[in-house]
Write a new protein. Structure first.
Length: 263
């Protein structure tokens, strides 16, 4: 089957060509020539790109190209991305977000540059946010940060891994609470063996509940003064716990506001 419009350079395809290209594409699909049909479908989409037809119609043609590419096991993330961008412009954020997410899944198996993968995740996140789907938006935000983590130099990975473990990049107040509990109990165990100073007298080892009480007071920077670390090592641990407590309590408030501010 010989069709002149399939040999014509793509940059010369114009809007009036799209109807004939649609007919050609349909004929090729019916005859099982899906590779040529994909080329025809791409040209239909390109013809509409150079026109003022609604964004939704342009998106539909790019989705058609993506479906054909999927049948042929060919890369399709670019087609899905084009469709998603048009739907986002058309005021359909939920559908756009879904296509951005699907494009990212496809890009994971394709030779796609890092910046393009980030753009796909960001497109999914921002459109889910616009559609009011905060949980999906958070999911793609975390994936975006994980991508940055994977390529970061070791000195950045250290604090990023810590930030991920403690708060899931500032998205999980529960993780901050758990991390705070680990710090409080861990320091309490240290105080139990190092001892505490009570009314000027050092008690070592001290009862765990007393150490736990002192650890909570130190973590929250209340500092009642009824207990004190007697040694240089104990004071260093108490100082570190106080600074960690200030950071974690501030982080907890930030994550809480982020989580419920989207609701």
């Amino acid at each position: 089957m010989d069709h002149e419009l399939l040999r014509k350079p793509r940059d010369q395809i114009r809007y009036p060509d799209h109807r004939e290209l649609l007919n050609i594409t349909t004929q090729l699909r019916q005859s099982g020539q899906n590779e040529l049909a994909l080329e025809g479908q791409i040209r239909v989409a390109l013809a509409l790109e150079r026109s003022r037809v609604p964004y939704r119609e342009k998106a539909l043609q790019w989705e058609g190209a993506a479906l054909l590419a999927e049948e042929l096991a060919l890369p399709r993330s670019k087609f899905l991305t084009n469709a998603a961008e048009h739907l986002a412009s058309d005021g359909a954020p939920l559908k756009a977000a879904s296509l951005f997410a699907k494009a990212y899944e496809c890009a994971s198996n394709e030779d796609i540059q890092f910046e393009n993968k980030i753009a796909l995740l960001r497109g999914a996140r921002t459109n889910y946010e616009a559609a009011g789907y905060s949980e999906e938006a958070v999911k793609h935000f975390i994936e975006e940060k994980d991508l940055y983590l994977a390529i970061s130099p070791w000195y950045e990975k250290v604090w990023m891994l810590a930030f991920r473990f403690v708060s899931l990049y500032g998205e999980s107040p529960i993780r901050v609470v758990l991390a705070s509990g680990i710090v409080i109990v861990g320091c309490a165990l240290v105080y139990t063996f190092l001892g505490l100073s009570v009314d000027g007298s050092t008690v070592a080892p001290v009862h765990f509940l007393s150490s736990l009480y002192f650890s909570v007071v130190t973590f929250t920077t209340l500092g009642y003064g009824d207990y004190a670390p007697p040694s240089g090592l104990g004071r260093a641990v108490a100082a570190m716990e106080a600074m960690t407590g200030l950071f974690l309590m501030s982080l907890f408030l930030v994550t809480l506001v982020r989580k419920f501010g989207r609701s």
